[in-house]
Design a protein around this ligand. Structure first.
Ligand SMILES: [Fe+2]
Ligand SMILES: [Fe+2]
Length: 331
């Protein structure tokens, strides 16, 4: 992946440093400003800092991954992101045995207008393309963030997480790997399936959906939140994915084109139970002090997803593109 184009002083500072050779030259970073939840500049900087742990960037030295100055800067960003999330999401006490029912409550709460309902019955091919471009930031690395948590768990929850992740990676069969299926969907829609191709095209609202997973999964202290996030992701998957598949077929796409979504309808009806019961509830039994953070992780996912959905739907309602480049080109 190429280094993205900066969107303001914070991302510019980081991206300029990473482009320097030899690696490691640092200077005083700019003050952290802007809304840490969704601002483009802030979210891009956090995305870039985390990407060094995933696949990195072309021509950026790999030693940056553990550069102490960079990590300290990233901690400031992720810390501000976490504080902002805590300020928006009410954290209520959760009893150990209550985790599964609380997750079900989050899953059944209707947080706002439904993106999947819109795409099922009204979405155009162009809107599907945009949707897939936004989602490519995660789906082309599907399952990777939560995999960071595997070595942080033990016993039953670990077995449950590995069972889910094994399916996400296609059980050893590349052609069933969810990220591979997503690349196939992108090709069917005539958009570029290259990892990271659209980072410059998506707004902070979209980058926040991935940064949330990375923040939870890359901090061991947030392993409860990471697993609550995964549980809700699985619990809230079958119905929207069926709608996306139906929407594509309504537009004339084939079963093969919609396979990514069809696979999720089936796989996640199984994952949903494993994630809620064998993973999240079992983790709370094993480590009761994580119960509240497990539910918080699910609430945080619902929160960023409602912003994401509203962003797309309100742009489309105004007859505009929801992509970042297009947004800025018009303002
Ligand atoms: Fe998946
Ligand atoms: Fe799944």
């Amino acid at each position: 992946m190429r280094l993205p184009v900066p969107r303001g002083p914070i991302s510019e500072f980081l991206i300029e440093r990473l482009a320097l050779t030899p690696a490691g030259r640092w200077s005083e970073p700019p003050p952290i400003t802007g809304d840490p939840l969704f601002a483009d500049d802030f979210q891009l900087a956090l995305f870039v800092a985390y990407e060094l742990h995933y696949r990195g960037f072309d021509a950026v030295e790999e030693t940056w991954e553990w550069n102490p100055a960079l990590i300290s800067f990233r901690n400031q960003l992720s810390g501000a992101f976490e504080v902002a999330l805590e300020s928006k999401i009410e954290r209520l006490p959760v009893a150990t045995g209550e985790v599964e029912s609380r997750l079900k409550t989050v899953a059944s709460a209707d947080a706002g207008p439904s993106l999947s309902r819109f795409l099922e019955s009204h979405g155009t091919v162009e809107q599907f393309r945009e949707f897939v471009i936004h989602r490519s930031i995660y789906h082309l690395r599907e399952a990777d963030p939560h995999s960071w948590v595997i070595p942080r768990l033990d016993g039953r929850p670990k077995a449950a997480l590995v069972e889910i992740q094994a399916d996400e990676y296609g059980g050893g069969d590349l052609t069933r790997m969810h990220s591979f299926l997503f690349a196939g969907l992108m090709e069917a829609l005539d958009v570029d399936p290259t990892y990271g191709a659209y980072v410059d095209a998506v707004p902070g609202t979209t980058l926040a959906t991935l940064n949330l997973m990375s923040t939870f999964a890359l901090h061991r202290r947030r392993r409860g939140a990471a697993m609550g996030h995964l549980a809700l992701l699985e619990m809230d998957s079958s119905i929207p994915n069926r709608r996306y598949a139906d929407g594509l077929r309504r537009l004339g796409f084939s079963h093969e084109d919609a396979r990514f979504y069809d696979e999720h309808v089936e796989a996640d009806s199984v994952h949903e139970a494993i994630a809620a019961h064998d993973l999240a509830a079992a983790l709370a039994q094993q480590e009761p002090e994580l119960a509240s953070d497990i539910v918080f992780g699910a609430e945080a996912l619902a929160f960023v997803e409602s912003y994401f959905g509203n962003h797309l739907l309100s742009a489309w309602e105004r007859g505009r593109s929801s992509l970042w480049e297009a947004t800025t080109a018009r303002t």
